[in-house]
Design a protein around this ligand. Structure first.
Ligand code: FES
Length: 169
C-alpha cells in the first residue's frame, strides 16, 4: 500500500469515527432531554396529582365564635427532606357552633402572606397594600380576586382543613 493510500484510509476511518461519535452524542442527548422532560410533561398534562389530605388544626372548643386565628398545619405532600418548609398555615374563623371558614395565608396579588388585623376587621397584605374584608373580598389595592378558601369540616370534635397546593386554587 502506498503512503497516499494509507493516509486516505486513515482519513476515511477518522470520518467514520466522527460520524459515529456525532450520532452517539445526538442519541444520548435526545434520551437525556426526553428523560428530563417527563416530569414537566406529566405536570402539564395533569398526570401528577397532589394529594389532598384533611389536617386537624385543633378541637372545636379551642376556637371562640367570631374570632380569627392563625393555624399551622403540614401541607398535602411533604417530602422527607422538606423540614419546616412542609409547614403551612391559614386564617381560621369560627362563624358559629359548628361552622368554620379558613382563608389562605397568601395574597391573591403576588402571594405575600397576609395578616389579620382584629381592630380593623380586615386582612392586610404588607407587600403592596392589598386589603381584604373579613369575608375575603377585596377592599382595596392590587389583589385581582378575593382570598382563596380551604374547605373546613368538623370531625369527631376536631376542626380539619383540606390541604391543597399553595397557592390554593
Ligand atoms: S402581594 Fe399582596 S398586594 Fe401585592
Amino acid at each position: 500500500m502506498t503512503e497516499n493510500h494509507a493516509s486516505r484510509a486513515e482519513g476515511c476511518q477518522e470520518a467514520g469515527r466522527r460520524k459515529f461519535l456525532t450520532r452517539l452524542s445526538i442519541t444520548l442527548g435526545s434520551i437525556g432531554a426526553a428523560l428530563a422532560a417527563i416530569p414537566s410533561v406529566g405536570f402539564l398534562l395533569g398526570l401528577r396529582k397532589t394529594p389532598q389530605i384533611w389536617r386537624t388544626v385543633g378541637k372545636v372548643g379551642d376556637f371562640q365564635i367570631g374570632s380569627t386565628v392563625n393555624v399551622a398545619f403540614q401541607d398535602s405532600s411533604p417530602l422527607p427532606w422538606s423540614g419546616v418548609t412542609a409547614q403551612t398555615a391559614a386564617w381560621l374563623r369560627r362563624t358559629s357552633d359548628q361552622q368554620f371558614v379558613a382563608f389562605s395565608m397568601n395574597c391573591t396579588h403576588l402571594g405575600c402572606p397576609i395578616r389579620w388585623l382584629d381592630d380593623a376587621n380586615l386582612f392586610m397584605c404588607p407587600c403592596h397594600g392589598g386589603v381584604f374584608y373579613a369575608d375575603g373580598q377585596v377592599a382595596s389595592g392590587p389583589p385581582p380576586k378575593p382570598l382563596n378558601q380551604y374547605p373546613v369540616r368538623v370531625q369527631n370534635g376536631e376542626v380539619q382543613i383540606l390541604t391543597s397546593p399553595v397557592p390554593i386554587a
